[in-house]
Design a protein around this ligand. Structure first.
Ligand code: C2O
Ligand code: CU
Length: 506
């Protein structure tokens, strides 16, 4: 049996660099022989050379992944984190600079870092066995790449269930040319927390596979045609599959919230990152509206809302004008999970808001995808798609196996060629929503009206919904396409978007 007959799980099991680039089939639709453009090959290196400005500054950072005792707020959890903190300190670079990061793995398991949302060179993307060998315990790995686009990004491991521990941090890319329009900024990283308190992530995953717990009850109830537990009207599904003891903003539980200082009348830019594994958050600021300015790093035509939904791995940047003197809750409700995380904007004296504060804004005008339009400078031109792929999301029942186009673990890559305008059409045959993420590219959502939606790298697909996205194939290599519910991803909802070329290299 050739490698083409192996499932991705089997290829992954082969492990190590030996399987790099071999996960992709070798036959193009036209009958010509097409080969995958490998992460470690010359095409990827040449693309990076063209991207790199001569004299571009290089930012060096050291990232140690290791075990820590993390203080959630008068409560300590043993967990895994980068540089001893949850989240670890944010990395800031300017667009066009080179980030050089040395990962040292002090964890008991192999790991990697994925730079979520960055259109970087494929061999620095951090996917074990697809773009790099894993970094063993005690090992180091040097990442080095141009950071092309400004915006709010983040990084996390791409191994096992590591992301559901404390391994995550923001990566903020400043735009030297940006006009600003705000006085100060704060980053809010949201998370669902169980490690060291409740079940370990691996035990939670075992329960899901064995049909124990809330997800199984939900499926059984839906089959019986009954009420299927708490659901979200906005997501038309449950909020998630895992029960978490706590929800956090910047590593803190709501009874010990992070406090952001401000002055009355100041405009605050809040960069909101959902680092949760299984939880979408509905975010609102008590007594304030928010002007949405960016999603997944890219600017949108500003929209004023009372609340917004941030699915796993999505980012939203909003501007809030501090309405007066006081202590205002920034609440992140774990959607359909009856719990929340909180931060506080403090512009004057007064008690902290209670940790269960529920501002009325949460149920007023919530941002909808149809409200969003890419800002003019980042909108794709009106080119017609050269290549279309259907992406059908399925599974989630027996054995907790989740599929893309009927297959788990992505053993049938979606082939594309450099220079194409590519259209992916997602359909969702499951009872859960899925935040679908494409590595290495920022696509444009096609509005249901047909108009140009926002540029994003992660977008929600609700049950029975069809979502269409377009992007330019301008970053060759092997790129993952997966659900950013970590448990769905590990259950199989992942595949590869594979650039192929004729043997000649074209
Ligand atoms: Cu944050 Cu493969 O993704
Ligand atoms: Cu999913």
């Amino acid at each position: 049996m050739g490698l083409r007959g192996l499932s991705r799980r089997e290829v992954l099991a082969l492990g190590g660099a030996a399987s790099l680039g071999l996960v992709v089939g070798a036959c193009g639709g036209s009958g010509r022989t097409a080969v995958p453009i490998e992460a470690t090959g010359p095409v990827v290196a040449e693309t990076e050379q063209r991207r790199r400005r001569s004299g571009a500054p290089v930012r060096d950072v050291a990232i140690g992944a290791g075990l820590v005792a993390h203080d959630l707020g008068s409560l300590t959890a043993q967990t895994w984190a980068y540089n001893g903190a949850v989240p670890s300190g944010e990395i800031r670079v300017k667009a066009g600079e080179v980030l050089r990061a040395r990962l040292t793995n002090n964890l008991p398991e192999p790991t990697t870092i994925h730079w979520h949302g960055i259109a970087l060179r494929n061999d620095m993307d951090g996917v074990p066995d697809l773009t790099q060998p894993v970094v063993p315990p005690g090992g180091t790995y040097d990442y080095e790449f141009v950071v092309p686009d400004p915006g709010t990004y983040w990084f996390h491991p791409h191994s096992g269930l590591h992301l559901d521990r404390g391994l995550y941090a923001p990566l903020i890319v400043d735009d030297p040319a940006e006009p600003g329009g705000y006085d100060r900024e704060y980053t809010l990283v949201l998370d669902d927390w169980t490690d060291g308190l409740g079940q370990a992530p691996e035990a939670a995953f075992d329960d899901l596979k064995a049909g124990r717990g809330a997800h199984a009850a939900h499926i059984a109830a839906a089959k019986a045609g009954g009420e299927a537990g708490p659901t979200s009207e906005l997501l038309e599904s449950a909020g998630g599959d895992v029960t978490y003891p706590l929800y956090l903003v910047n590593g803190r539980r709501p009874s010990a919230p992070p406090v952001f200082d401000a002055r009355p009348g100041e405009r605050l830019r809040l960069r909101i990152v959902n680092a949760g594994a299984d939880t979408p958050f509905r975010v609102a600021v008590g007594g304030h509206q928010m002007t949405v300015t960016h999603t997944d790093g890219f600017p949108v035509e500003p929209v004023i809302v009372d609340a917004l939904m941030v699915a796993m791995a999505e980012r939203y940047d909003v501007v809030v004008t501090v309405s007066g003197s006081g202590a205002f809750p920034v609440v992140a409700v774990a959607e359909a999970k009856a719990a929340q995380a909180m931060a506080v904007i403090r512009s004057g004296p007064g008690d902290l808001p209670p940790s269960n504060a529920q501002p009325a804004e949460l149920s007023r005008r919530v941002l909808q995808m149809a409200d969003l339009r890419a800002a003019e400078g980042v909108r794709l031109d009106g080119k017609r798609p050269d290549r279309r792929h259907k992406v059908e999301l399925g599974g989630g029942e027996d054995g907790y196996v989740w599929t893309i186009n009927g297959r788990a673990m992505g053993d049938k890559p979606l082939e594309i060629r450099q220079g194409e305008r590519v259209r992916l059409t997602f359909t969702n045959k499951t009872t859960m929503f899925h935040p679908m993420h494409l590595h290495g590219h920022t696509f444009q959502v096609v509005q249901e009206s047909g108009g140009a939606g926002p540029r994003k790298d992660t977008t929600i697909v609700r049950p029975d919904q069809t979502v269409t996205i377009d992007f330019d194939a301008d970053n060759p290599g092997q790129w993952m396409l997966h659900c950013h519910n970590l448990y769905h991803q590990m259950g199989g909802m992942m595949t590869t978007l594979s650039y192929v070329a004729d043997r000649s290299g074209r």
